[in-house]
Design a protein around this ligand. Sequence first.
Ligand code: AMP
Ligand code: FE
Ligand code: FE
Ligand code: ZN
Length: 272
Amino acid sequence: MYRTADLHVHTNFSDGTFSPEEVIQHASKIKLSCIAICDHDVLDAIGPCLAAGEKYGVEVIPGVEVTAEKQGCEIHMLGFYIDRKDEAFRAKLAQLCAQREKRIYDMIDKLKKHKINLDPGEVFKLSGKGSIGRLHLARMLYKKGYVATVDDAFRKYIGNNKSCYVGKINLTPEEAIDEIIKARGIPVLAHPGVMGKDEFIPSYIKHGLMGIEVYHTDHPPAAARRYEAMAKENNLLMTGGSDCHGLGKGRVLMGVVTVGYELVERLKDARR
Ligand code: AMP
Ligand code: FE
Ligand code: FE
Ligand code: ZN
């Protein structure tokens, strides 16, 4: 049987809506052999996912999606086979989570200029445990009727460079690569097509980037082909995944983008 893997899945420890058990149950239902758990700046879903994975027969790759910033532009770096118990890495992620919390308050402040009054406590409650992010804010804007869709919240207010966007993540992509390598993970640039900053990529490669997320829900076929060529040219690993956020983005994306298990084997070969 041809085995497939979805190498980019979120849980409710970041901005997904499924608990670890629900994520694994869904993966098993749609017959995925393997998934990578890549929550934003938090590792605490990995343990419960590994346990549920054993129970349901789904292989779980411990991963993370680290938030970085370059020239005011948010860049996401995936780390596969990360050591989830590495204390220095956990401390670095805790700093990023604190910055995430601070910027939620700052964005709520900026929204006031548009006569939008959100209660920070309610947004934090919606986000639950783990890391808070813009998707939680967007969902609250939707829930309170300020926007017609979650996507609208990003388009009108909190998308990159929109009037209520606040960056302030104090980590460069190069530093994110270093941190992932120090925690024995494989650094892979997440969805470069979403950022649209291909000109930055050579400096990441020089800095030790090991792979590119070639296949992604928001990569049209032409983008996937471009990144596939770039990966081959530079001898980089290729990954792909749905970036499923449970119901956080409306519909469940898990399995919409998958890769063949042979790409998982290449990741395993590159493991430290
Ligand atoms: P943050 O991690 O707080 O910077 O927020 C980024 C997250 O917001 C991404 O990981 C996505 O989950 C979500 N996001 C970004 N743009 C959109 C969009 N247009 N529609 C829905 N979700 C989005
Ligand atoms: Fe997200
Ligand atoms: Fe991302
Ligand atoms: Zn993601």
